[in-house]
Write a protein that binds this ligand. Structure first.
Ligand code: MG
Length: 152
């Protein structure tokens, strides 16, 4: 059966934090406030799978009250989700957007695709990632939306 999933995440940005998007660290004066590494793109992708599979959401699976997940790489969280829930599905494609005023992410997108494709065991051409800005409306915010299509 074909299934589609949708996920969303956002984090507040503050000065002096490291910025991780799609498993890639991007040089930046600010980063996401979060219990984990605050990788919104991966969090949106994880939620797109979990909710459409009917197995809860990222907050239930990896609670921010759990010290095991403090500062954890979200690639590791994605890897756990893959092992537990995605090994018996055939991922057709993911499409995503990251909304962030600065820094611009376009030049890092190929590396993000490589990191995500490795963990999900798919091809980079099955992953879409595009950067947008908030047009200056939300300079202290990073937001991501993700849809996934898979056969189960
Ligand atoms: Mg998050």
């Amino acid at each position: 059966m074909l299934k589609i999933g949708f996920g969303y995440d956002q984090h507040r940005l503050i000065a002096g934090k490291r910025l991780f998007i799609g498993g890639v660290e991007i040089p930046s004066p600010h980063g996401a406030v979060a219990h984990s590494d605050g990788d919104v793109l991966i969090h949106a992708i994880i939620d797109s799978f979990l909710s459409s599979l009917g197995v809860g959401d990222i907050g239930q699976l990896f609670p921010d009250s759990d010290e095991r997940y403090r500062d954890i790489s979200s690639l590791k969280l994605l890897s756990k989700v893959k092992l537990r829930y995605l090994n018996d599905i055939e991922i057709l494609n993911l499409d995503t957007v990251v909304i962030l005023d600065s820094p611009r992410i376009a030049s890092y997108v190929p590396s993000m695709k490589i990191e995500l494709a490795k963990v999900l065991n798919i091809d980079t051409n099955q992953i879409g990632i595009k950067g947008k800005t908030s047009e200056g409306v939300a300079p202290d915010l990073i937001v991501s939306y993700a849809v996934c299509l898979y056969n189960r």
